[in-house]
Design a protein around this ligand. Structure first.
Ligand code: NAP
Length: 302
């Protein structure tokens, strides 16, 4: 069997179109647009490229966007004051502080200073707690897990009653996606197992999975014989395994590999995400969706 490819590059386009339509409607009815600020401290090249991609997408969707670049030596108190300013700005619905921050800044203190109702990354402890409770408590889902859930649902894979196995228990992927698929409601209602480095029989657990979500950061960790025939395999891993020259630009680019042995797995799985072009493109998309949701929450409040 050859699995159906579930491509983030395609699903992203569907969702961005929906967001753009909503933005236009709200602008016509209320004269407001979603506002997103990205705060970048220093000049880390990877961070600059992430922020640039976020800002570009926000602009294309008609958001108000502010790219607030600050010097590397910005004092922690000054960064807190900046966050406070945006917390109180009614035209800003999402605040994103690009990580990593310079060493002299306490990352936790900074992230916890963001108003939970503008925490479109979904990592503030209040939003983690809301996700744990579930239902109408939930405001912002963390972006990568939210993207994974959208991919599963939009691919038409049944989650209700499904055996889900999540490989990895990080706070940004493993734990939240396990929690989301466990909730009561559509796109969830699954029976979820989370496995990690101390799990005794990793292969045995994976073999049971109707939906296998792999977020370990280990290239080719999941072998084809660990996959149940017809399963939906979501490969979150992004591993740099070498470099090559891009045919398009002639420049050196990284060779990326997922956590699943893709070529062999696609002959067994029913659905599979490629790397690159799978989960990756969904993260920024869900950030935009959260920012739009934040504007909607603020309209409901007023
Ligand atoms: P992380 O914080 O390093 O967590 C990795 C998890 O995988 C840990 O819970 C670890 O177990 C588990 N693990 C590692 N090796 C394992 C093994 N051999 N067997 C079983 N479990 C193992 O990583 P992360 O931040 O969740 O990211 C995971 C991967 O997803 C990375 O490749 C990352 O680049 C990628 N990622 C992609 C996106 C995106 O596409 N947008 C976003 C986020 C992350 P222990 O807890 O026991 O150590």
């Amino acid at each position: 069997m050859t699995a159906k490819l579930v491509k983030g590059t395609e699903i992203r386009e569907e969702i961005l179109k929906e967001i753009a339509e909503d933005v236009k409607k709200i602008k016509d009815e209320h004269g407001k647009v979603p506002g997103l600020v990205t705060i970048l401290v220093g000049e880390n090249p990877a961070s600059i490229s992430y922020v640039t991609a976020k800002i570009k997408t926000a602009k294309e969707l008609g958001f108000k966007e502010i790219q607030d670049n600050q010097p590397d030596d910005l004092a922690e108190e000054d960064l807190l004051a900046l966050i406070d300013k945006y917390n109180g700005d009614d035209t800003i619905h999402g605040i994103l502080v690009q990580l990593p921050l310079p060493k002299h800044v306490n990352e936790k203190r900074i992230l916890n200073a963001i108003d939970p109702d503008k925490d479109v990354d979904g990592f503030h402890p209040v939003n983690v707690g809301r996700l744990m409770i579930g239902g109408s408590e939930v405001k912002f889902l963390p972006c990568t897990p939210a993207g994974i859930q959208e991919m599963i649902v939009r691919a038409g894979v049944q989650t209700e009653g499904a055996e889900v196995v999540v490989v990895g228990r990080s706070n940004i992927v493993g734990k939240p996606i396990a929690n989301m698929l466990l909730q009561k409601g559509p796109g969830a209602n699954a029976t979820v197992t989370v496995v990690h480095t101390r799990t005794k029989d990793l292969a045995g657990h994976c073999k049971r999975a109707d939906i296998l979500v792999v977020a370990a950061g280990v290239p080719d960790l999941v072998k084809p014989e660990w996959i149940k025939p017809g399963a939906c395999v979501i490969d979150v891993g992004v591993n740099r395994v070498g470099e090559k020259i891009s045919e398009k630009t002639g420049k050196k680019i990284a060779i990326l590999k997922g956590d699943v042995d893709f070529d062999a797995a696609k002959e067994i799985a029913g659905y599979i995400t490629p790397v690159p072009g799978g989960v990756g493109p969904m993260t920024i998309t869900m950030l935009m969706k959260n920012t739009l949701a934040s504007l909607k929450f603020s309209l409901e409040k007023n």
